[in-house]
Design a binder for this molecule. Sequence first.
Ligand SMILES: Cc1ncc(COP(=O)(O)OP(=O)(O)O)c(N)n1
Ligand SMILES: Cc1nc(C(=O)O)sc1CCOP(=O)(O)O
Ligand SMILES: [Mg+2]
Length: 561
Amino acid sequence: MACALPLERYKSSTSLQVAPSVFRQVRNSSFVSWNSDSNKKNQRQFFVTMQADNRVSRNMHTSSDNKIPHVLTVAGSDSGGGAGIQADLKACAARRVYCSTVITAVTAQNTVGVQGVNIVPEDFVAEQLRSVLYDMHVDVVKTGMLPSLNIVKVLCRSLREFPVKALVVDPVMVSTSGDVLAGHSVLAGFREELLPMADIVTPNIKEASALLNNVPLRSVSDMRTAAKLIHDLGPRNVLVKGGDLPDSLDAIDVFFDGEEFYELCSPRVNTHNTHGTGCTLASSIAAELAKGSSMFSAVKLAKRYVETALDYSKDLFIGNGAQGPFDHFLALKNIDQCCHRQDSFNPNCLLLYAVTDSSMNRKWGRSIADAVKAAVEGGATIVQLREKDAETREFIDAAKVCLEICRSYGVPLLINDRIDVALACDADGVHVGQSDMPAHLARSLLGPEKIIGVSCKTIEQAEQAWVDGADYIGCGGVYPTSTKANNRTIGLDGLREVCQASKLPAVAIGGIGLSNASVVMESVPNVKGVAVVSALFDRECVLTETRNLHTVLSEAMLSRK
Ligand SMILES: Cc1ncc(COP(=O)(O)OP(=O)(O)O)c(N)n1
Ligand SMILES: Cc1nc(C(=O)O)sc1CCOP(=O)(O)O
Ligand SMILES: [Mg+2]
């Protein structure tokens, strides 16, 4: 007897009512009998009995209350992680759908080529299919490497038994490195059984040619003819991918839905990191279909995603072979900088917090970058770009330059107010006030690693900043200031009150400069530093002013110890 329900599901779900003893017994003997076809009837019988006796039904925990879009990929494993199952999992995660996996072959593979292939016995492919399809609600099945005719047949049988919303067939035959992944014997299975069930098939030039008895494909016109001929084999839609077409500046794919041809044209990305492109495209199409897109929209969205990932990853260097993998999550490229940046926020960097001001820079005829460079050279330990009247594009460009300067000094750079600008230039974080974007939203947009500061004048605001996931608070105005209009002054007493209650480190702000910085540091023992605008930037020499203030603050810190 067999049961596809894991014990954890029993434990966590109130809707499943199988007694633990029954369950354990079932689990212990499960899967053993699944390999043989003669036992299949018994399993089905058991499953039905279990439903009747225990009110466990497949639908109860699948279609109605499980709305998470789900793609099942039936493909081979790539040890190099660039293609196959690994690419499918990453693509689905990046496109935000759940992905289960049935592995048809295990390949020893890297960026140089395929060193070995171990085909999973078809019975065990069947068993994996059953395990997933019995238990889970799968929206879309996507196929990749199907290395034997029998595996194709096993898959088609399962798909007849468990119909899904859509079937995406990537007719993988040859790897990017030119190694054969599925022999000619599977072609008959594709033509006769799998393609007639497919909602879309996505061959590249070589695969399209193989499906059509090696007819040569040399032009977009040939691709259209091929798309039509493959469509005649039964799939509802065909996407012939023209990436390998010689002598073409653009990458042109031909989509045929049985009535109309569409040429999907995009600039060719100049990159060697293309390993896994086909698997990723097919999985992304499957993901979009699972989310409810129409076929043509799914293809266009998937293509755009792959192009973006290829473009983003063109400078990645993974492996020594000719075809490298790419980054599905668009997150690896700046990994060096991320690693060099301190992993978590270090409150000591609040000591001399330099906050820029566009009108002061204009008055003194300096660029933002010149102002920032002088401040970090003079000893600023953190910088905030507070460019209230900058145009967005100008702000992003300036922020990128400042970021390079700050990174070369190991100083974090934050952006005032503008979460979009911080995201666009990959700044180290943001500073937001009480009428800016709430810190919890900024946190969800920026992720766990970025620094978030919040302006607070009261104990309640400081508590909320902590709840919202901020890293520090800016507390003021300590003294009257003409830099920020209508700013309420809370004085040293207000600063002390908020800082003492705050669970987050605090920096003091408002009217602070050389003459009063040490008083602030001495009067409020747990303040971490001072944030300063005019005392640095409304002066002739930013470098000198910053140096002098740094000396005063360092001495104040020494006298604390
Ligand atoms: C360190 C630091 N503290 C407070 C502020 C003020 O932020 P906010 O209240 O949002 O006012 P604006 O600076 O946006 O005018 C700050 N910028 N930095
Ligand atoms: C930007 C800002 N925020 C304040 C607050 O109280 O939250 S005071 C302030 C202006 C600080 O400029 P200066 O150093 O020139 O006084
Ligand atoms: Mg603000």
